[in-house]
Design a protein around this ligand. Structure first.
Ligand SMILES: [Zn+2]
Length: 153
């Protein structure tokens, strides 16, 4: 599972359907805009909106104070970290302060640019009848004339 920060949503990239954000992120997305529409789509395919527990929020603040990152973190950033910790998820963020606290708390994290590219889906096609795979789309199976379905590579 991934927890997304605001810029991950603003990136317009697709990170699969096992993703979550804290409600605080919604405040940073302009209603009706492109990122908001992208968010509606992500919700439709499985994005969950989960509040991090308050004891975990306090724990994040303690760690962030210790690393000296607390002044650089917004409340939203803290909620993002708390949710990733709570769900044992991988955090997607390019923010240096968030990454620094994540490291300290043993939260896994990845950069958005790097990850967005890696997570793109690649498809190939398979004949429903004979099971042969094709890299490019064909309307019917050239071997047996069977129907073709799209499968993830
Ligand atoms: Zn076939």
């Amino acid at each position: 599972m991934y927890v997304l920060d605001t810029s991950a949503i603003l990136s317009g990239k697709f990170f699969g359907n096992d993703v979550a954000i804290p409600p605080a992120v919604l405040k940073e997305i302009k209603k009706g805009g492109m990122a908001w529409r992208h968010l509606q789509y992500m919700k439709a395919i499985g994005l969950k909106i989960i509040s991090p527990p308050s004891d975990v929020i306090n724990l994040v603040k303690k760690f962030a104070f210790r690393t000296g990152d607390l002044p650089n973190l917004s409340d939203v950033d803290i909620h993002i970290l708390a949710l990733a910790f709570h769900l044992k998820a991988t955090l997607l963020t390019d923010d240096y302060s968030i990454q620094n606290v994540a490291k300290e708390m043993n939260i896994e994290y990845k950069g958005i640019m790097e990850n967005g590219i890696k997570e793109k889906f690649y498809w190939r096609y398979r004949c429903k009848s004979c099971g042969k795979y094709f890299d490019e789309y064909v309307e019917v199976c050239p071997i047996c004339g069977g129907k073709i379905k799209r499968v993830r590579k």
